[in-house]
Design a protein around this ligand. Sequence first.
Ligand SMILES: [Ca+2]
Length: 559
Amino acid sequence: MALGFYGWCLMISISYAQAARPNIIVIMSDDMGYSDIGCYGGEIDTPSLDSLAEGGLRYTQFYNTGRCCPTRASLLTGLYAHQAGIGQMTNDAGQPGYKGDLGRDAMTMAEVLKTAGYSTYMAGKWHVTKQLKPDGDKSNWPMQRGFDKFYGTIIGAGSLFDPWTLTRGNKAITPDNDEEYQPEQYYYTDAISDHAARFVREHVKQSKEAKEKPFFMYVSYTAAHWPMHALEKDIAKYKGKYDAGYEVIRKARYEKMKKLGVIKDWPLSPAPQAWKDFPEKDRAWELRCMEVYAAMVDSMDQGIGRLVKSLEETGQLDNTLILFLQDNGGCAEDRGRRSLANPPTGVKPMGKDELQTRMVPERSRAGHPVLTGPGVMPGPSETYIAYGRNWANVSNTPFRQYKSQNHEGGIATPLIAHWPKGISARKELRYESNHLIDIMATCVDLSGASYPKEYKGKKIQPMEGRSLAPSFTKDRSEERVLMWEHFKNAAIQKGKWKLVQLKGGAWELYDLEKDRSELNDLAQERTEKAKELEELWEKHAQRTRILPRPKSGGRKKKK
Ligand SMILES: [Ca+2]
C-alpha cells in the first residue's frame, strides 16, 4: 500500500519520536545520609557518582519517605506510600494504607513503561510485598509487576554475602548454586552491579527490533544498609580515615557542602554524643564500623562505574537518563551493636542448595557462627553489625533525626540526573522541592506513555507527582505541597514552610529557607501558619490513606 506524502511524514515523525525516547535507569541506595557521597560533601570516594553530577544536575531538595519499603512503594508507583498500600512495613496491619503489599489499584513504573514499548529490567532489593516464600504467591514479585528480567532479593535486608530471598526471575537461588553467576567471591553489591551491566549488554545484543526499543532499569542497592559487610580490599582503603572522630568529619563535610552549594548557611544540628565520650576500649571497633560503611558505598560507586561503562561501550549513554537517589536518611538503629548472650555453637557449613532463610543468619555459608557487638570487627560474613547513631548523625550532616523520621535527616536525599542528550546543563544545582512521586511522572513524560486509568480490570489511582523535565532547564517557582507519615512521624511542606512531628508529639514549624536544619521551631510564634498546615495535613491524610491508621499500631513482632 502506498503511504503517500503524509503517511511518510507520519512514519518519519513516529520513528523520530521513538528514537528520541531515552532509556531510563533509576539507581537507589539504601540507608545513606544526605552528605555521604563526594558531590554532596562526603569524604567517601565516589568518582562515578561525582562524574554523573559533573555531567548533569544535582537537586538539593529531593525527598524520600524516610524508610525502605514505603520509599520503594512510592517510587515504583508515583503515589504516596500509603496510597500504594505500604505506609509502614511489609506486613498487613489492616487498614487500606497499611496492607504491606503493593496495591492493585497502583501500577509500577515498569508496568506503565511496558505499555509504551519499553523493555524493563531490575537488579536489587524489591521490598514491596509481604509474600516471601519461594513456593508461595508471587503475584506481587517483580516479574509479575512489569519486569522482563529480575535478579535480586524480595525482602528488605540481610547478609550481603548470603542474601535472604535471593531470586533470579521467580526462582529462589543461593550464591553457590546459581549457574548464571559464579564470581570469585560473591558480594551482593557486586552482584547487583554486574547484573545491571549485563542487562544493558544483553539488551543491545538482542534482535535489531528488540534492541531499538528503549529500556527502563531499576537498580536497587542494599548498600549501605546494615549489616556492615564489605570486601577487605575496599575496607583497607579507609583504614585510619575516620580516626579523628565524629566532630572533625562532620565539620569537614559541613564546610564542603556549603562550598559545593548543596546546603545554605544553615546551622549544624547538635550531635548525639561527642567522640571523647565514646568508650575508649571500643573506639577501634567504632572506627571500623565507619570504615566498612565507607567501603560499602565505595563498592557501590565502583559498580555504578561499571554500569556507566556498559552504557558507553554499547553506545547507549548519551540517550539514557540516569537518576541516582537514596531511600532514606542515615540509620540510627542499633542492630548487632550488642554482644550475643549465647553465640551459636556447633554450626556446620551450608549445602550448595540450602537457601538462606534468615534476615540475620546465625552462621555463614562456610559454617562460622555470625557474631555481633563491640570487639567483633565488622566487614566479613561472620559479623552482623550496624554503624550506629553517631555515624548516622555524621551521614545526615547538617540535618536532625534519622531514618524512619520525617525531619530532614530522615527524608532528604541527593538526586543526581544525568542525560547528555536531554539535559544540556552541566554541573548545575537545582533548589526546587521534589519527591519520589515525581519519578513516575517523569518516566511517563519522557517515554510518551499515557498513564492508564484502568489496568487488568482495576481502576488505577492517578499519579501524584509532576515531571522533573521542566527543571532540567531551570528551577520552577510554583509553591508545592508535599506530605509525609510513617509510624506517627509526620510532616507537610508548603512552599518554604514545613510542619513536622516526631512520633505523634507536638507539631514543630520551620522556615526551610532560613533553617533547614530545623533548629528554630516557630510553631508558637506563627500559630496561624502552623494551624493552616495542620489542617492541610489532616485533609491530605484522609485523601492519601494515611488515615485511618491501624488500630494495633501495626508493628510486627521481632523474629
Ligand atoms: Ca533504607
